[in-house]
Ligand binder design. Sequence first.
Ligand SMILES: NC(=O)C1=CN([C@@H]2O[C@H](COP(=O)(O)OP(=O)(O)OC[C@H]3O[C@@H](n4cnc5c(N)ncnc54)[C@H](OP(=O)(O)O)[C@@H]3O)[C@@H](O)[C@H]2O)C=CC1
Ligand SMILES: O=CC(=O)O
Length: 326
Amino acid sequence: MRPYVYITRKLPDAVIKTLKQKFTVNMWDHEDISVPKDVLLAEAKKADALLTMLTDAVDESVLSAGERLKVIANMAVGFDNVDIEAARRRGIAVCNTPDVLTASTADLTFALLMATARRMEEAARFVKEGKWNSWSPFLLAGQDVHHKTIGIVGMGKIGEAVAKRAGGFDMNILYHNRSQKPEVEHKLGAVYATFDELVSKADFIVCLTPLTPETKNMFTIDVFREMKKTAVFINVSRGPVVNEQDLYEALTTGEIAAAGLDVFEKEPIGREHPLLTLNNVIALPHIGSSTIETRTAMMTLCVENIESILTGKPPKTLVNKEWQPV
Ligand SMILES: NC(=O)C1=CN([C@@H]2O[C@H](COP(=O)(O)OP(=O)(O)OC[C@H]3O[C@@H](n4cnc5c(N)ncnc54)[C@H](OP(=O)(O)O)[C@@H]3O)[C@@H](O)[C@H]2O)C=CC1
Ligand SMILES: O=CC(=O)O
């Protein structure tokens, strides 16, 4: 019997062509609706491989639904939606999509930083709403980015790529990780700071950590109070690293100046969410890596990882490094 692969969103035929040549492939037939849990469980029961999205909760129930499951290829670098420990117990390989999305996500992060600092969304709306009556000295004046201090929390692959872009704007670069990175300091002129130092000294605080029990709720009102009143907070990591109620309070009481957010505690964020009422917030629908080239590369990497695991070869990007083929 040919191995069975289930894909949890509609992906282009051209990308999954090679999978179809070797395996039986089925796909959830919607681009913009998540697969319902009961369908995912029913498919997981039969599947040798699942190609999943960051919106799928790949929990113990999914991982233990059937006997055949060998690989989860998650179309994201983040894998907080997958129960890695349960996968380890069941000998299931978990693959993600690092590297191929680094530059595009860094571009988006820096664009969001610029747009938030220079009030681009407000300004564009101002023109389209016919409010532009005259040039005026402080019309929609924002904050300079060049020569300011950027503080990157989570100086990993994307963090480094953001730092590289910040260097082009003559910014001073602070970073915070659990471990110091001398080679990055040397290469990018970045300076290590404790979390407290970074949040109090940076003009732009950019979060790019994974979501883990340690980073969950990392940014609370106490942290926002430590920031400069002019600080701009950018989050492109995962929503739950921020306490959104506290962020709202910080933005409405003048503890910080503005926020640019690509990710939210609950996605999609509801239209009625208080953060969306604020002019000093730019909110994006989790599009960090969303270019046609990068999303195609992410899908392709998932396909390659599935092909490798199902044909007994080592995958390119394995999350649970201790995994061994059985
Ligand atoms: N919005 C979007 O569309 C996208 C969002 N992302 C998010 O960005 C994240 C980062 O991706 P990427 O750069 O490729 O991942 P990396 O693993 O390369 O980098 C993560 C960095 O975070 C640091 N980190 C981990 N835990 C902590 C902690 N408790 N405190 C401080 N720093 C910490 C790590 O350093 P150390 O281990 O030394 O602490 C590491 O340098 C992803 O996990 C994902 O959540 C990624 C792509 C697109
Ligand atoms: O959020 C996106 C990811 O790749 O992780």
